[in-house]
Design a protein around this ligand. Structure first.
Ligand code: ADP
Ligand code: MG
Length: 475
């Protein structure tokens, strides 16, 4: 009988199929093509390097046994990696890597480095079709180390973060996991690390993303059949920061792909920074192998700030905003708002906003009044997204229009109303409202709130908008 690459491979497949899960067979073996048979060496073409690593890690034994059945003990396997070039370059990029297993099974004399010439990547963060794009870091420039005040509650995490930024991938804090309750500074600290790394090592690729976005992109990639692009994209990052990984719980598919991206980065000395609202021991529905990876690095907790830290955070904020406030008022706020830093900032912003709207001086009794309201109000939560939806529906426009850069009056007014209600009904800071409603700054939001106040006292039609929307939002 004439044996060809195809016939040998078909025999292998039969054997493999009988010995592994049908789904795994479909995923990992169906896409493979046999491309060449020379002597005892079978070359198979795999769609990506990730594929190759996966096969090596999980299936090399079974491949070996099956291949030896057809070709005898001297059988060897060579992987040919085919990478589709996503930007229309007609030259396909291929790479030959001998199977790295036992000596009888692998080709010894080929020393092709694996990481050579990775082709241009499709970056899910940019519009496809643009060439030579750099990965945008997606970092929030306000979240620096300077702005992250140190206290007993965060000393370890903050200093470990600084160590990581000095030597990304070069400390034992890899992965570096920051955990703690809401509003305690996880996102801020994770960004600070990224910003510092970019500052020290401008050539390094840093990416901040949330576990939610990562999951969404992964799902999209599966749908569009470009899972490989997704994986390549993440594998070229030098510092990968993923916020709120508790979002991965109960999502085995995403955990799986993250696990492999993580391993790849870790093996290549790249830094991984993660945040979570829970300590690893308390994480539920996260695969054990992933949890065990977290133990490789450092988990540092952010705790609730003590009184002194709360005071210094408040003072720093006031200083940065150029606002003066008596110490006894600052102390009063710090004493009464203990839950977390976000609430603390929210309270002080309400105080400043109220004082400036009403042209009142900030004194202790005003502070007491506002803090009391603030503490009460904070039970009821309307999201900024919800407000934008209600406002844009009311004016029969869509949210992108509401957020757009246009100066058309009715759109500007709708946006200002959304900001006004976001200020009124949420605890979000002016800066955060601004960034969520069309990426504006805090001054724009403050201005919007003042404009809405003014217009509602001078313009009857406008007052009706405010009343209608107020009703819609309070039911
Ligand atoms: P988390 O991600 O843990 O929910 P964030 O990082 O979003 O919390 O922090 C909430 C707010 O508190 C942010 O505006 C952040 O800048 C501020 N913040 C938190 N910790 C500190 C700190 N140590 N110094 C200054 N600001 C802080
Ligand atoms: Mg956060």
């Amino acid at each position: 009988m004439n044996i060809t690459a195809d016939s040998v491979w078909l025999n292998c497949l039969k054997f493999v199929k009988d010995n592994i899960q049908p789904q795994a067979f479909k995923t990992w073996f169906e896409p493979i093509k046999a491309v060449k048979l020379a002597d005892n060496v079978l070359s198979i073409e795999v769609p990506s390097k990730f594929f190759y690593e996966w096969l090596e890690e999980h299936y090399v034994k079974i491949l070996k046994v099956s291949l030896q059945k057809s070709l005898g003990d001297e059988a060897k396997l060579v992987y040919v990696i085919k990478m589709e070039n996503t930007f229309g370059n007609s030259q396909p990029f291929t790479e030959k890597i001998p199977s790295s297993n036992t000596s009888s099974f692998s080709v010894q004399n080929t020393t092709t480095p694996i990481n050579r010439n990775i082709p241009e990547l499709k970056n899910p963060f940019i519009i496809p079709g643009i060439k030579n794009v750099k990965v945008e870091s997606q970092l929030n420039p306000n979240y620096t180390f300077e702005n992250f005040l140190e206290g007993d509650s965060n000393r370890l995490a903050r200093n470990a973060g600084i160590a990581v930024s000095n030597k990304p991938g070069g400390t034992s804090f890899n992965p570096f996991l920051i955990f703690g309750g809401v509003g305690l500074g996880k996102t801020h600290l994770a960004n600070a690390i990224g910003i510092e790394i970019k500052k020290k090592y401008p050539e390094k690729t840093v990416l901040y993303t949330t576990a939610e976005k990562f999951t969404q992109q992964y799902i999209d990639a599966i749908k569009k059949n470009n899972r490989n692009d997704f994986i390549y994209f993440y594998q070229v990052i030098d510092t990968l920061i993923i916020d709120d990984i508790q979002f991965f719980s109960g999502k085995p598919g995403t955990q799986d792909v993250f696990f492999h991206i993580f391993n790849h980065l870790h093996q290549n000395g790249k830094q991984v920074v993660l945040t979570s609202d829970k300590a690893p021991v308390d994480m539920q529905d996260i695969e054990l192998r992933l949890l065990s990876r977290f133990k490789w690095g450092l988990s540092a907790e952010l705790q609730k700030p003590d009184f002194e830290t709360r005071v210094s955070i408040l003072k720093n904020k006031l200083y940065r905003d150029g606002i003066e406030m008596d110490d006894d008022i600052v102390n009063y706020v710090a004493k009464n708002i203990k839950t977390n830093v976000r609430e603390l900032e929210g309270a002080i912003i309400s105080l400043i906003a109220q004082a400036s709207f009403n042209r009142k001086e900030i004194n202790l009794s005003l502070a007491a009044e506002i803090i009391e309201k603030f503490v009460k109000n904070s039970k009821r939560e309307i999201s900024i997204d919800y407000i934008q939806k209600i406002v844009s529906d009311y004016f029969q426009m869509d949210i992108p229009t509401l957020q757009s850069k246009t100066r058309k009056r009715h759109i500007v007014q709708a946006r200002q109303l959304a900001m006004f209600f976001a200020k009124k009904y949420t605890k979000a800071s002016l800066a955060s409202i601004g960034s969520q409603i069309g990426k504006r700054d805090h001054a724009t939001v403050l201005h919007a709130c003042k404009t809405v106040d003014n217009l509602s006292s001078t313009d009857k039609q406008f007052r009706k908008f405010v009343e209608d929307l107020g009703k819609k939002l309070s039911v």
